[in-house]
Ligand binder design. Sequence first.
Ligand SMILES: [Zn+2]
Length: 151
Amino acid sequence: MHANADIDPSPRRRHRVLRGGATLLGVLWALPLTLPGLLLGLAIVLWRGRLRFERAGPALIIRGPFADFLLAHHPFGAMSAMAIGHLIIAEQQGMTRQILTHELTHVRQAALWGIFFPFAYLAASLWARLRGRDAYWHNVFEIAARKAERH
Ligand SMILES: [Zn+2]
């Protein structure tokens, strides 16, 4: 008998295929967030912006003067980056490894929650407020992202 690698993949290869499948499902599941974000991303890129692909998300990282403007006027206060589905809108000056890790955590949260993520995020902010805490700082999704930064 001859084991065909295509029919009988090694456990490591099978694991990679499974992970690739899960990533693809996450990308599709978060598409209702990513697609509207792409309109914003397009506006940023067209206005002297840049974009690059980050495999670790996966995510598209978009920067430019318009991104700087949007981040400076974020409703939660000035931000250095923000994730929308599988997009990361970042300042022109770039992101530290720490900020990238933080935003990639939000990308993974979006891949997990899909269309429900904005609602879950707002509910978490509301929950924090109801307990007299800060809507942003004590939001469980932000706590998880900050925790990921430290690893
Ligand atoms: Zn965050």
